[in-house]
Design a protein around this ligand. Structure first.
Ligand code: BEZ
Length: 211
């Protein structure tokens, strides 16, 4: 099944390293990051999970729950987590879904047979509190992801959920933002009484409104 932006994130029940998870119920009112890795006891995945564990407080600060997945089972995940804690400096502090029958992997189209018949690719799904998919990413097995970028996107998604603005290239929290193109100047005067800079009629820049 292809999961696209704006779709409701498919719900599922699955075993995890922290017990059975009913996905939507587990998400509750939080944002969520569901990410897959190809296989347990592999080097790039080991560094990825260690890094996510290290920056977990950053996800917590943003009210985001993180959950990992691979097609290995929970018993294997738990054994591997010992290595991750030992080598990466932070014990894994979020649930990892065991998916040996590929139930969740198929639901989220995480197996791309022309890349590999059996292993999950490095998928990322960011899910909003409304359970809608806000971002999808797919990386190959050979390339570890930049999880600071995931945090950056979450900052943008959370900002733009509350204000009629968009964020420019390489934006970081605190940088200037852009007035959404659907917003007329008259509406913008109401929304942003502090004013903005018109670079072009379609490119209107202002300081980040919630700072
Ligand atoms: C890795 O995590 O290093 C990896 C996993 C599967 C295939 C290739 C690399």
């Amino acid at each position: 099944m292809t999961v696209r932006l704006g779709d409701t994130a498919p719900d599922f029940t699955a075993p995890t390293t922290e017990g059975e998870v009913h996905f939507h119920e587990w998400l509750g009112d939080s944002w969520g990051v569901l990410f897959s890795h190809p296989k347990d006891f592999t080097p790039v995945c080991t560094t990825e999970l260690g890094y996510v564990a290290r920056i977990k407080p950053e996800f917590d600060k943003r009210n985001v729950k993180v959950i990992g997945l691979s097609v290995d089972d929970v018993e294997s995940h738990l054994k591997w987590e010992g290595d991750i804690g030992e080598t990466q400096g932070t014990p894994v502090n979020f649930p990892m879904i065991g998916d040996p029958d590929r139930k969740v992997a198929d639901l989220y189209d995480m197996i791309h047979p022309n890349a590999n018949d059996t292993l999950t690719v490095r998928s990322v799904f960011i899910i909003g509190p409304d359970k809608k998919v806000k971002l999808t990413l797919t990386y190959p097995a050979s390339t570890g992801r930049n999880f600071d970028e995931i945090l950056r996107v979450i900052d943008s998604l959370q900002l733009t959920a509350g204000y009629k603005v968009a964020t420019p290239a390489n934006w970081r929290d605190g940088d200037d933002v852009i007035i959404g193109s659907a917003v007329t100047d008259d509406e913008a005067k109401q929304l942003f009484p502090q004013g903005w800079k018109t670079v072009k009629p379609y490119l209107r820049v202002l300081p980040q409104p919630n700072k």
